[in-house]
Design a protein around this ligand. Sequence first.
Ligand SMILES: [Zn+2]
Length: 463
Amino acid sequence: MSLILADAWLITMNARRDVLERGSVCVEGDRIAGVGSRALLAHAHPEAEIMDCAGRIVMPGMVNTHTHLFQTLLKGLGDDMALKRWFTCMTGPSAVHLTREDAKTAALHGCVESIRSGITTLVDFMYVHTQPGMTEAVVDAFEETGMRGFVCRGFMTTGQEHDVPAALIETPEQAVADARRVIRAVNKPGGRVQAGVAPCMIWTVDETALRLTRQLADEERVLVTTHVAETHFEIAEAAKRYGRTDTEFLSDIGFLGPDVLAVHCVHCRPHDIRILRHHGAKVSHNPCSNLYLGSGIAPVPEMLTAGVTVGLGSDGPASSNNHSLFQAMKFAALIQKGAHQDATVMTAEKAMEMATIDGAHAVGLGHEIGSIEAGKKADLAVVDFGNAFMAPIHNPVSAIVYSGLGHEVSDVMIDGRFVLRDGVVLTQDEHALRRRAQLCADALAARAGSARFKNRGWRSTAI
Ligand SMILES: [Zn+2]
């Protein structure tokens, strides 16, 4: 069956970056069959159903290059802490008490939240394996919600001296063997959901694990993702352990390559950026999380000038506190303008590239998704700009990046199939899911002893 989304503001993100006023796109099966005028497409596809998209923007579904879906249950518990304290006092203990049911519910809720704000591809970084089947729980959530993307089997192999909970630490051999098992079970050629591998960071993963990860990636040809240069603490730990930056160390042991998605890179110096470029490694930029944790501002303009591919990420909702790439795009543009005192240093167009086509390239899917072009997968977001925030409209790209809040997304298609239609999520009972997520979140916070709002001083002094 075919469908023409007709007469929209069409943001194609094709090589010419065409933005068509009253543009239309024809979808056949799971792919885009054509882009052009309504008349032209209707003539070429007379059988196609027409969906009138006047008053709407049609854009490529966005690619969120970094999240930890389980943290959907931890929104608001980590306020006002730097990363190490945030991890060892809240996120780590919460992870220890996470059940398989929690992981599944959190992932379902995070996928629905993502779909609602126009995200069609996610990279999840799942490092909690306190029970069997935790990675599979996230895979199931991708399958059930219709989400595209990568479930990367994360792990930690060290870090007890820095209060990483023992329950989260595995041996390198165990972790990599389980990653291989998951990859072989999940990955099929052309599959919508794929597994990858994700060593956590330089102070929680040892050299053996990193070397085994490289070997695994070479043998199985999968996406590798890891946190790099996120905080000063991380840089200091790399210097103490290896006498180098983490980027230099990863390069020296042969870890870096075009299949590596380096997350954050806040404290990468020019030399580190040249190293990333040299190896063809990609970067996931997570501006909201980097600001929330007080980690810093990543040198994204410098990376782009050096020729590094940079995608956008939300990071886990324990440090961002949602999955909105609308917010990530706006922050990505504004923090650079402010930091450089230069309004031209990061444009709305660049922010949108990072959220779509650059993100697609960052995860190795640039040939399949990230733009609206004939032959590509039909992953689309429809945004209704008939609302107080986005109207009146002059420039649809600016309207999305600077004016939109995300809830204006009315329809989302992944693989040619609507997962959100007229504001209704089609793949989940959203209200039941939200109730379940709140119950899981309440019980998890109680088990982990997390300080929820009612226990915090501000409330008691305010009453
Ligand atoms: Zn992360």
